[in-house]
Design a protein around this ligand. Structure first.
Ligand code: NAD
Length: 472
């Protein structure tokens, strides 16, 4: 049986926060101050569609303004509500602090089933939502910067940025009002795939530490590990691609809204994406076993389970049957607090959402910096870099009297481009954050799991900031 609050995502996030605050000994009054959202707005607005007015309901929650702007995605889904948006906003505060992104936390949502509308209608709705948010200061390059989340992507961000620019034509930084834009509209290369890349980098880092791998009951490296992944959207599809094509994992199961696929030999992410685009779901994919009860595949045997869809997928109800020794939370809040207690007691390792999916906000930060500096990264140094490469090759050829082979020359003569810099910054960020989380877990008797450690690293920074600002 599932307890009354077990699927309450907000209660789970509060419980996780409280556990870390207790481990750090944060005073009660400060815990109260930091835990709750500082402001939340509910918007009801009409849009005239198909000859009649339809009213839409949306929210934007700001959790903490200890750093500005605040940052967090905007979700378009029929199940969104205020509690969910508030819980996600709180996660954003701690996620940003963990990965040293100097933003506060926020989140937005619109209660809508995007598939029910045409592209033109979605554009109208998004533009009107942007006006409503802007009117009340809930979107602005200096105060509150949304990004994509479930049901939104680069297209919606481009509409929002354009609407904001039309509302404030004299704001020179207007494009920085949202991140995750198309590269041709002020976006940055590598943002679309950043969250999936981050999942890859975190897993690489985990497998660089044999002690951590051993604690989970696994052994060896990432290559060849059997992975089951839930949700082939933005985050899941990119993570699947990089893990299979670059790390050599075996994707033995995928779960989507219409069911799941199982394959002992492994599924090819590119073929899956093609099939999903054509068929609208997984059913009918050749060469794999289709299972209509998709959620049951969360319980199938594998080495690594990656929930990358929505929250509260692993609960008290199915936790006893989860067999994966390692769960990697690519989605926000896929494991409830009660389920986590059971899993930890059984020795399951859980890499927490706070760290695992922080790649998106990290690269969003790079995009925002590039927008407000009005310059693409690497523009000033690329030619210098190429010249330096040439000089190194000349030096080697002159001193050795031999010619450097073309395949060794090519990378030195290419120069560093913006995507290289973004990926390097992202990998560095994920590795640093993993290291901080790990050190905190191993260095404290009061902390026994990676989620509490990640919250503790973040909370320590937020508490310091509140104290230094004189708010506590
Ligand atoms: P998305 O809308 O692109 O993809 C979600 C996918 O999950 C869809 O393919 C959907 O069909 C599938 N899905 C939904 N419910 C499901 C269920 N019950 N079972 C199986 N599949 C289901 O969303 P996304 O942007 O990939 O986000 C996924 C998760 O990652 C969310 O929790 C989101 O908050 C989190 N996240 C996203 C980003 C980002 O950059 N997009 C960044 C950080 C965290």
């Amino acid at each position: 049986m599932t307890s009354a609050t077990e699927n309450d995502f907000q209660a789970s996030v509060r419980g996780m926060f409280d556990r870390a605050a207790a481990a750090l000994g944060v005073p009660d009054d400060l815990v109260e101050t930091i835990r709750e959202c500082k402001s939340v707005i509910q918007l009801r607005f009409p849009v005239r569609l198909r000859g009649r007015y339809q009213t839409f309901c949306g929210w934007r929650a700001v959790h903490s303004e200890h750093r500005l702007p605040v940052k967090g995605g905007i979700r378009y889904a029929p199940f969104v509500d205020q509690q969910e948006v508030e819980a996600l906003a709180a996660l954003m505060t701690f996620k940003c602090a963990l990965v040293d992104v100097p933003f506060g936390g926020a989140k937005g949502g619109l209660s809508i089933r995007p598939d029910d509308y045409t592209e033109e209608e979605l554009e109208l709705i998004t533009r009107r939502f942007t006006q409503e948010l802007a009117d009340r200061g809930y979107i602005s390059p200096s105060r509150d910067v949304p990004a994509p989340d479930i049901g939104t992507g680069a297209r919606e961000m481009a509409w929002m940025a354009d609407e904001y620019r039309q509302l404030y034509p004299s704001d020179i930084d207007a494009l920085a009002c949202v991140t995750g834009k198309p590269v041709t509209q002020g976006g940055i290369p590598g943002r679309e795939e950043a969250t999936g890349r981050g999942v890859q980098y975190v897993l690489r880092e985990f497998f660089r530490h044999p002690d951590d791998v051993g604690r989970s009951g696994l052994e060896g490296g990432l290559e060849g590990k059997r992975v089951i992944l839930q949700g082939l959207g933005n985050v899941g599809s990119h993570a699947a691609r990089y893990l299979v094509e670059e790390e050599g994992v075996r994707l033995t199961g995928v779960i989507e809204h219409d069911g799941a696929l199982l394959s002992d030999t492994g599924l090819a992410p590119a073929a899956l994406a093609e099939h999903m685009a054509r068929a609208g779901g997984l059913e009918g994919f050749p060469g794999a076993r289709f299972v209509a009860d998709g959620a049951s595949v969360l319980e199938a045997e594998c080495d690594i389970l990656i929930p990358a869809a929505i929250e509260s997928q692993i609960t008290e109800a199915n936790a006893p049957r989860i067999r994966a020794p390692l769960i990697v939370e690519a989605a926000n809040g896929p494991v409830t607090l009660a389920a986590e207690r059971q899993l930890l007691a059984r020795g399951t390792a859980i890499l927490p959402d706070l760290l695992v999916n922080a790649g998106g906000v990290t690269v969003s930060y790079f995009e925002w910096v590039s927008n407000v500096s009005h310059m693409r990264f690497g523009r000033l140094s690329r030619q210098l870099d190429i010249q330096r490469g040439k000089r190194i090759i000349d030096m080697i050829e002159t001193t050795s009297g031999r010619t450097v082979p073309d395949e060794l020359k090519a990378p030195l003569l290419r120069g560093v481009d913006e995507l290289d810099l973004v990926q390097s910054g992202l990998e560095d960020t994920m590795r640093e954050a993993y290291g901080a989380m790990r050190e905190t877990m191993l260095g404290s008797d009061a902390i026994e799991d990676m989620r509490t450690a990640a919250f503790a690293v973040a909370l320590e920074k937020v508490v310091r900031s509140y104290r230094q600002m004189g708010l506590a």
